[in-house]
Design a protein around this ligand. Structure first.
Ligand code: 5AD
Ligand code: SF4
Length: 480
């Protein structure tokens, strides 16, 4: 890997918006800079991630590189020498959280001058945010972006040489870096990137700015990573992309998502998932592949965002309400046991009450098994943020509550039906709330708690459902 760090490289939206760049795949070995092998302090780090699965995977990549350089990851930030916050920018509240954390870290830095505080992730891909951090939080040591997470060791090296704040936030990436350390947050569930970035430009969304041009990994590199996970006993793989359906479009070698998904399914991972699907690109070949392989879970996250054609158009979503409903019909015809989840935004600028009611009626018609719901949050530089909005925040909150109630009615009916039945559950660990209970998810992503011992963590076990608490279920282990 080249050491191409620059001490003062700020992100630029103009550069981020450019598409059509040639992408190179890099297979270089990792070189550990001398300053890190001879690091003069405790070789420990703490990393906290906000936001989506792409960030979660970046956390693993950063942790893997630091571990390779001899650092130990700690769960207690008070004891670590390097503190990293991997930020999110998708909605305003995620940015507020980061500022809260920086306040906490300030006190630690006052006690330990040599503490290294790093910020990375989507928030720092915005020039204004970087300038604000520079001015208001001068005790931050390093700011790096989403395009150079794989360069973390060299960036740290630069900091240790200068001991000045390093801002190294390239606006785009022309490289896909392979041969990264095999570091995962657990040894049974894995996220595997298939594309980086997004070319869709939904008008409310900051992701095409913060994660840049869409770039697909080569199928052979994805398959090698998945084969490694299968060989090492992993139970679940989730293929990751902002829009998995467009996988391969930039490779010009005939690659496409249906083909990739089938190739991964054939490796016989017990559970195969993928995130996130884009409705208008969800084709029949893909439906056929999902139907054909038992190990592809019959649960699809299919963000609809809104139920009104006018709002969908203003969001620059390339489908209509009718198209979405027809896709749901086609999916259910070929895969009768399919479960759907979705993302919905309420209160898009100037959304009328009638348009909002169209979202409610779509929700009732589709009968989602789960949903992530959001109040529209204006994001700098996006087209939607330039629209003058006539809907008050109070009205948005009212609609949000109505939407939640409608969704909840579906979800109650759905989870009630699970009572008395037996489901395979991938055991993920002890329950957060009750450490005597284990927790895991069914194939259709319902959270289940049940009594059991530690040896079951990472296994798929049968659980009979006894009680539904709507967003989680209580069950009992069934042997055999
Ligand atoms: N405001 C509210 N929700 C948003 N999302 C993305 N951008 C915004 C925004 N500006 C939601 C979308 C997306 C999910 C990941 O976050 O529903 O699918
Ligand atoms: Fe954002 Fe739309 Fe891309 Fe999803 S598809 S990341 S909502 S621009």
């Amino acid at each position: 890997m080249n050491n191409n760090s620059n001490c003062n490289l700020l992100p630029s939206y103009k550069e981020e918006l450019k598409r059509g760049r040639q992408v190179n795949v890099i297979y270089d070995d990792i070189i550990i800079p001398k300053s890190l092998t001879h690091f003069p302090y405790k070789k420990t780090f703490y990393i906290e991630t906000l936001g989506c699965q792409a960030n979660y995977r970046d956390e693993e990549i950063i942790s893997g590189l630091l571990t390779k350089a001899g650092f130990m990851r700690l769960d207690d930030y008070q004891k670590a020498q390097i503190l990293i916050i991997n930020t999110c920018a998708v909605r305003e509240n995620a940015e507020q959280k980061v500022k809260g954390h920086l306040g906490t870290f300030k006190a630690l830095k006052q006690k330990n001058k040599n503490l290294i505080i790093c910020l990375c992730g989507c928030m720092v891909m915005q020039e204004e945010s970087v300038r604000e951090i520079q001015n208001k939080y001068p005790y931050v040591s390093i700011i790096f972006g989403t395009h150079n997470v794989t360069n973390i060791l060299n960036i740290l090296d630069n900091y240790l040489t200068s001991l000045q704040m390093i801002i190294d936030v390239p606006s785009f990436s022309e490289n896909i870096v392979e041969k990264l350390p095999d570091y995962r947050n657990n040894n049974f569930q894995a996220f595997v990137n298939i594309t980086y970035g997004c070319n869709n430009f939904c008008t409310y969304c900051v992701v095409p700015f913060t994660r840049g041009q869409e770039r697909s990994r080569l199928e052979k590199d994805i398959l090698r990573e998945c084969q490694f996970l299968v060989n090492n006993g992993y139970k679940e793989i989730t293929l990751l992309g902002q829009n998995v359906n467009s996988y391969g479009g930039d490779l010009n070698d005939g690659s496409n998502f249906a083909h990739l998904l089938e190739a991964v399914a054939k490796l016989k991972i017990p559970r195969l998932r993928f995130l996130t699907s884009y409705p208008s690109m969800f084709n029949d070949d893909l439906i056929d592949v999902i139907a054909k392989y038992d190990n592809i879970v019959k649960y699809i996250h299919l963000p609809v965002q809104a139920g009104s054609n006018k709002i969908l158009k203003e969001m620059n979503r390339h489908y209509t309400r009718e198209f979405y409903l027809d896709l749901v019909k086609r999916l259910r015809k070929k895969i009768p046991n399919i479960h759907l989840s979705t993302d919905i935004i309420v209160g898009f600028p100037n959304e009328t009450y009638e348009e909002f009611l169209e979202t409610l009626s779509l929700v009732k018609e589709v009968n989602f098994s789960s949903a992530f719901t959001f109040i529209y949050s204006p994001r700098k530089h996006t087209y939607a943020s330039t629209i003058e909005d006539n809907v008050t925040y109070e009205e948005k909150v009212r609609r949000f509550k109505m939407l939640k109630e409608t969704l909840e009615a579906n979800i109650i009916a759905y989870t009630d039906k699970m009572i008395g039945k037996i489901y395979p559950v991938l055991v993920e660990g002890f329950s957060e709330r009750d450490k005597t209970m284990l927790s895991g998810h069914t194939e259709d992503n319902v959270l289940v708690h049940f009594q059991g011992d530690e040896t079951l963590i990472g296994q798929i076990v049968n659980v009979k459902i006894n009680v539904s608490h709507v967003y989680s279920l209580i069950g009992e282990l069934i042997n055999g």
